[in-house]
Design a protein around this ligand. Sequence first.
Ligand code: KIV
Length: 291
Amino acid sequence: MTETRKKITLPYLFKKVEDKQPITWLTCYDYPTAYLQEQAGIEMILVGDSLGMTMLGFDSTLPVKMDDMIRHAQAVRRGAPTAFVVGDMPYMTYQDSVENAIRNAGRFMSEAGCDAIKLEGGAAMANRIKGIVDAGIPAIGHLGLTPQSVSALGGFRLQGKSATLAKKILDDAKALEEAGAFCILLELVPDRLCKLITERAENCIIMSLGSGPDAHGQLLIYHDMFGLYPKFKPKMAKVYGNAGEVILNGLKGYHDEVIGGQFPEKENYFGMPDEEFEELKKMVEGGQLHR
Ligand code: KIV
């Protein structure tokens, strides 16, 4: 479908906002999935550090390193050449200094061909956003449930439920926008707070993950959409198909067929001409084979 799609750019995304057309965004960590997402017309792809959980099996995103992210982002870029690919800055690659933030953001751009980076945190991270944007790199903020701070936030739960906490998220969004973030992801905040932030955004695209419909677009975690993360399914995720079940059934089928001698079938392997095989046997019998 999207074979002739033009590269998704920042002006394209802002035009969609202007035209009141929602933007589509999904996580992705590998080449074949990126290829499918590109074919499906998905506009933005997040190479999220959630890969620590969904792909590497850790209990949190904290063990993920910059080199892990680069390797996956490169594969995604190869699979989705026209999507707007966002590299997610892993834990402690930007929190400690503006200099590290710029250096690591630069790696996403130069080594993986990303279009932008995303980092977590509010006003306290505004100078990291500013430094990265001043270096010529488009930056996305991430507020609400920020998985790298899950311990401080008390778990994977709704954020900004009280007026005071909601006001803090609202102020953080303004601080990130003023620092130059072209986009902010709101994860798991109440729908009315998301709507308010979207209405107040002047030059910033607001995206929702589990924060309701009144944003400029939606993000979902790919593995949650297709039953591919065995540990849990968050309420915010809609399941569009159970690929996990399809794959499991296939694996059981393979296992049973090998055990039962039904696999491989004739079309799954190759023969060799009789005369070549006769020649081979003579060579073996004559001791001509290298050992
Ligand atoms: O790493 C990730 O996939 C994310 C999402 C949870 C937004 O940051």
